[in-house]
Design a protein around this ligand. Sequence first.
Ligand SMILES: Nc1ncnc2c1ncn2[C@@H]1O[C@H](COP(=O)(O)OP(=O)(O)OP(=O)(O)O)[C@@H](O)[C@H]1O
Ligand SMILES: [Mg+2]
Length: 360
Amino acid sequence: MSEASAPDLELADVDKDFGGLNVVRGATFALSRGEFLSLLGPSGGGTTTTLSMIAGFEVPTRGEIRIRGRRVNELFPERRDIGMVFQNYALFPHMSVAENIVFGLRMRKVGAPERKARVEEAARLVKVDHLLERRPSKLSGGQQQRVALARALIVRPALLLLDEPFGALDRLLREELQVEVRLLLQRLKITTVFVTHDQEEALTMSDRVAVMSGGVIEQIASPQELYDRPATRFVAGFIGKSTIVEGSIDSATRRFISPTGTWQLPPTEAAAADGPASYAIRPEAVRLSPQPGTFANEVVGTAVQATFLGDHWSLFADCGGAARLLISLDRGGEIPAPGSPVRFGWNTQDAAVYQQERRL
Ligand SMILES: Nc1ncnc2c1ncn2[C@@H]1O[C@H](COP(=O)(O)OP(=O)(O)OP(=O)(O)O)[C@@H](O)[C@H]1O
Ligand SMILES: [Mg+2]
């Protein structure tokens, strides 16, 4: 493939072993120009290791990494055409904002007049152009993080790598920067890989999210697809909230059977086999059932606790077996008191069934 038509970033079956331990396994994806991908996973899932291999701080054990069509497996970080921003900004404390931002251009031996113009441009982009003479210690956390971003962007990298860049900021500032940075990167069409632990942040900012667990990309998809159609049981439990009930499938009657209840299997192309399975249902798909038989699938139980969350109520109910059902209730509607008997139901197509970890 020619460099012009190649994706900005490709990982092909990339593995990383540390002393016989498989830390990343079979990572495979491609990003086109301007795409924003988040790597999201529980601690130890392999997200930082994946980013480090893309950056060049770690060498893959197997597989290939390509930036704009060029294999970079053994290339030093400074030769990869990437910009990076870390959680702790890592600005040079003894340099002014302007000197920090210009650093990458000095390394690349860009001439003084062009340097000056590009520093001003980069500073304007991230709205720190009024702070150019200050030292980093005289900036707020959000301002420091924007300077770090300007420093990464000024070299116009093929690829921007962000490792929890907003992790140290308070919630309001973080949410503000998420939107600002996303809009900026969209406007500049900068291809970005973003590591975060914050699922809301990943869903807010990304074109696609790769959910990693145990070194494996469980699913890579748009935020909506991840939420609406989790491909594995792990993703169903990790993205958003779900009640997951353990039981087994009776394929002859197309039913899921558990101590909590017996429910219909949602329509699926895959063959459901007799045997253990997990049944997942989102809290907003569950409704109070005014009388038995209102819904195709129902449970009876006891309300345990209702929590007011501003725009809705969140209710836990014990429903027999080990299952504690989570239900979202509209704030205007009826909220069952703790200890009272309740009956809930949902439509079959709103449930998902997982067998051997995969969605049926
Ligand atoms: N240099 C190393 N030598 C040995 N093991 C390592 C090394 N770097 C990472 N690991 C191991 O690889 C696994 C994945 O590490 P990684 O840093 O990628 O996780 P992560 O997904 O970024 O986690 P966190 O969310 O906690 O930052 C962990 O079990 C970690 O202990
Ligand atoms: Mg990490």
